[in-house]
Design a protein around this ligand. Structure first.
Ligand code: SF4
Length: 266
């Protein structure tokens, strides 16, 4: 198996995996979505809420506000499977505001110097003149398999590597390039060919194939090569998500190995 990084930023990573199987790639994808722990507001104590927003909706918005959850931030916090999880108070937040104003995520005051909302400008609630809110909340680690607020990825998907071929037995159909909505193809009448500008941007929609009346172009894919994209909500880096997902997958397979070595008796 070969892996090649195509692009990487603080919250997005695209890489190519060659010579792998669909179940393996899909297992990593699923682990990245539902088995990587991150922080989210879990308990909300609404002491006062004069706004037009229902308490439940406000609590829901707080829960979905991404919090910094990188390895430096969450060290020492218990995981749901730990014995002290229920009794641990979590990371405390307070929110006390008076209108008129829009309350933003940056107004959440954290008890921890590192753990805070990833973005400052997420609107939480609008307060009119004289309206007040007074809220206490605690954030805990959790997994995406329990609730969407604990899913660290906003995009976690793969596609098989596209393959575009031309039928040399028929006339060149320049019009098929015009049908491509993603700028993958370009007609070049001077050199009498259709150029492939960026095959990795091909979505395999087959618009070009349908537009070609004489069957000049064909679009397929490499069965064992994949383009994998991970985008996070900023709570942690895509690299951290991938590492944790692989670790989790490794733990699961270790259990199977131990089970097999013990003769399948447990
Ligand atoms: S399959 Fe779709 S995206 Fe790919 S080259 Fe054809 S028209 Fe463009």
């Amino acid at each position: 198996m070969e892996i090649e990084i195509k692009s990487k930023t603080d919250d997005e990573m695209v890489f190519i995996v060659r010579d792998a199987e669909v179940p393996f790639i899909n297992a990593i994808r699923r682990c990245a979505i539902v088995n990587v722990s991150k922080l989210a507001i879990e308990d909300v104590n609404i002491i006062r809420n004069d706004s037009a927003m229902f308490n439940e909706v406000l609590a829901h918005r707080l829960g979905l506000t991404p919090l910094v959850s990188n390895i430096n931030a969450i060290g020492g916090l218990p995981l749901p499977e730990d014995d002290d999880y229920e009794d641990h108070p979590g990371v405390m937040f307070s929110l006390q505001e008076e209108g008129p104003k829009v309350v933003y995520s940056k107004d959440l005051i954290s008890s921890d110097s590192i753990i805070k909302p990833v973005y400052d400008t997420i609107p939480l609630v609008k307060l009119n003149e004289g309206e007040k809110i007074n809220i206490e909340a605690s954030a805990k680690l959790g997994y995406g398999k329990e609730h969407a607020k604990w899913i660290p990825t906003t995009v976690c998907a793969y596609k098989q590597y596209p393959e575009i071929t031309f039928n040399d037995d028929v006339d060149i159909d320049y019009d098929c390039a015009l049908a491509c909505p993603r700028g993958v193809l370009k007609s070049d009448r001077r050199s009498k060919k259709i150029k492939i500008l960026d095959i990795e941007n091909c979505s395999m929609c087959k618009s070009c194939v349908r537009a070609s009346a004489n069957g000049y172009i064909n679009v397929g894919y490499h069965k064992n090569d994949f383009i994998f994209r991970i985008e996070t909500d900023g709570s942690m880096s895509p690299k951290e998500v991938l590492l944790k997902a692989c670790e989790e997958l490794g733990n699961k397979t270790d259990k199977f190995i131990r089970f097999s070595e013990e003769g399948g008796s447990k």
